[in-house]
Design a protein around this ligand. Structure first.
Ligand SMILES: [Zn+2]
Length: 166
């Protein structure tokens, strides 16, 4: 296990499209483990592989509830509906927060870390996190979706602990 370096806003890798994973092998498992460790270290709700410089369709999410860290390989949205206005941040944009619109419900299919098919339906915060992380796989960032006039810069020392990043 290892903490990986998080790529930040002007890194062009964040704008690239990630490739599908062909084999869920030990190497992929290891990357997913590192992603979970890195997400926890930086107090994040989610992390996508391009954020650690790996252009593969891998996502981890942890809402720190009973669902535990969720690991997704090749996630695909099969259904989404509704809208919610949410406050959002991103581990690649430290100390920036803004309001954006996310779907209120989202269903995805993916493989887990053992290559088994999984289906996850999320509402509320989970729908927001899934939408945010899957955007990363296509080079889309939350700053692309900001409701005008809502971007805030928060000084690290004044940072509100409730503002988890994705
Ligand atoms: Zn993000």
């Amino acid at each position: 296990m290892a903490i990986r370096i998080i790529r930040e806003e002007n890194d062009e890798i964040l704008r690239k499209i990630s490739k599908r994973v062909e084999d869920v092998d030990e190497k992929i498992k290891q990357i997913l483990e590192d992603m979970v460790e890195t997400m926890h270290k930086y107090d994040g709700l989610g992390l996508a592989a391009p954020q650690i410089g790996i252009l593969k369709r891998l996502v981890v999410i942890d809402l720190y509830d009973e669902k535990g860290p969720i690991k997704m390989v090749n996630p695909v949205i099969i259904k989404q509906k509704g809208e919610q206005e949410v406050e959002e941040g991103c581990l690649s944009f430290p100390n920036q927060f803004a309001k954006i619109i996310r779907p209120s419900e989202i269903t995805i299919e993916a493989l887990d870390e053992n290559g088994k098919k999984i289906k996850i339906k999320g509402t509320g915060l989970l729908a927001q996190a899934i939408s945010h992380e899957l955007d990363h796989l296509d080079g889309i960032l939350f700053v692309d979706k900001i409701i005008p006039g809502t971007l805030e810069y928060v000084e690290p020392k004044n940072e509100n602990k409730d503002n988890k990043k994705q």
